[in-house]
Design a protein around this ligand. Sequence first.
Ligand code: ADP
Ligand code: ZN
Length: 719
Amino acid sequence: MAVLTTRPLGKPLDYLAPEEGCRLGAFVEAPLGPRREMGVVWGTAVGDWPVERLRRLAGVVDAPPMRAEMRDFLSRVAEYTLTPLPAVLRLATRSPGLGEALSTRKVYRRGDGLPDRMTDARVRVMEALDGYGGAAVTMRELTGLAGVGSSVVKGLVGAGAIREEDMPRDTPYPRMNASSPGKELAPDQAAAAAELREGIRSGKYGTTLLKGVTGSGKTEVYLEAVAECLRAERQALVLLPEIALTAEFLNRVEERFGARPAEWHSGATASERRRAWRMVAEGGAELAVGARSALFLPFRDLGLIVVDEEHDTSYKQEDGVFYNARDMAVLRASIAGARVILASATPSLETWANAERGKYSRLDLTSRFGEAVLPRMRAVDMRAESMPAKSWISPTLAEAAEARIAEGEQAMFFLNRRGYAPITVCRGCGHQIGCAQCDARMVEHRFQSRLVCHQCGDSLPVPEACPKCGVEGRLSAVGPGVERLAEEAAARFPDARVAVLSSDLFGSASGLKERIEEIAQGGADIVIGTQIVAKGHNFPLLTLVGVIDADLGLKGSDLRAAERTFQLVRQAAGRAGRAERPGTALIQTHQPDHPVIRAIIDGEDEAFWRAEAEGRMKAGVPPYGRMVGIILSSTDVKEVFDTGNALARADGPIRRIGAEVLGPAPAPIARIKGWHRARLLVKSGRTVPLQAAVAEWLGRVKIPSGLRLSIDVDPQSFH
Ligand code: ADP
Ligand code: ZN
């Protein structure tokens, strides 16, 4: 039989079945050279190796076999993303302890026997056990509580005073109560929920865009679809972009269904993840909530995938396997006969266009739920504001903030830049301090008193003297980051409590979560934050949002610059006035007449998407054309460009489908950690066999062994 392992061999290898036999999809231990690797029985023998030389599988791993549907899904992800299958398999076998055959553990209870002799230690153990009132305890819990070694417990087991039992390590999650009624829905919510429920009942694949402004009650609506899916006894998966969002969401699930779901994200502990993986496979988890990689969990019968904030860039993985969880969710659902709900206030243009084409259906929630109204939006024309040097909060914004704080409300200043200042320059010689390893500037982080490279993470203490001319005391910070903005706010509002929220200022996701909770309870007057504050958190007292620099995102040459600015500023502004108090958003800009800024202020969403769609259609770029990015990197710059040029010359297979190869060009960040980088870009029409052509093309050029080649199908970023 053919076995696929996660070793980079490219394809399944033939083996003889183990002594005890095994079936398709089984997790097995395959001898590979001197080692044993875990693999999956992928199919019947390939037959490219003489039978008498085949090795025998060492055994079957105690884990639920991988279902045919999952193998199909992984194969198609590999095909779509042009990634070797073993790398994709790795995404699906990330359960901690998988293959260790440790599905049971020893637990201890009170037995009937009495020991012939009692010591102090033995008494403490028996007392500790009694404290549990007959429940089973692990060895570690018991010895910890009694303060004894395990031999004391073993002695009592021998004497019959304690019973030792095997218990399954991972137990099913509590059942969800899917029939408990949810909140009473507003008419547009009820209509949307009814349509989603009907989709679930059809038992067939289908994708729906659920569009609604922040606070319109999308979550409430898709939880109705989750309930219907659970009633149909199929499993549901909710994907969320941010770990920090999960706690709030888990509470809502518990409120609605009376139990907590399985969790899968980097903040979950190894044992939580092991339990989630196994229970999802065995059907002991009805609902799973997680980050993008949860899409590769081994569901037994998946009926619904919700992708919340579907436009979020964190759904795109950009290392190892380059995949977009939103798009792969649609693929998985189409194989599983499941429904997909893509929820967003500001959908990606890809999803918007798929709804226009009728490939996805679309449901709209047009107003905020209940009394909450959308924030009033106003542009602050920075050309007309009098701004002292090194200040970024305009008098108009400052006045508005003052008034809100006086009312006991909160103001938020949004700036999507971590650190103190993006540039450190020497006023003596004009030198800008850059990273030694990367083609990037070092960013000052004043709280840590260090300069940090945002590309490779390297850092150094802020120097006294210019590293170039050696003159001391003339280094100067240029431009604002959130830390500098906080300094300005503290000086401008001496009585206000200022909080900074930026991912790098918190050691852990839970630290950040706690701080957000505190702020929501009123623990700050002014909140200053990067994009993490724009995403989904609920601050009931927040009534004013100031966007410090709305022009920032519009400067790039990225094809999605306008879309991203629209989404980010809209989301940030949407934080204002979520509860009973109406909110205002002030957008600082030097170009108040820019079409994107106008669309944001006027709330003309559809006009924005239509204009954006037209522009991209004319340019033949996604979603009206397709792209594949090729990134070449090596420590040898000549090798990078020699290979790039060879690829550009060998573009026959690409031209044959009417597509073109652009480049090689130095990547916008031309060096990271000492690796030189160049990019090529394939641009094609929407309906050509692009993957096959790219595979043939890349097969024609010999890639030197020291060179790394990454393939990014449907690239989202171009750095
Ligand atoms: P969205 O997901 O669109 O941002 P939510 O579902 O989070 O919106 O709803 C916003 C707020 O309104 C939440 O606090 C939610 O509990 C409340 N809400 C939404 N729909 C209802 C409803 N039908 N009844 C009561 N409260 C609701
Ligand atoms: Zn660097």
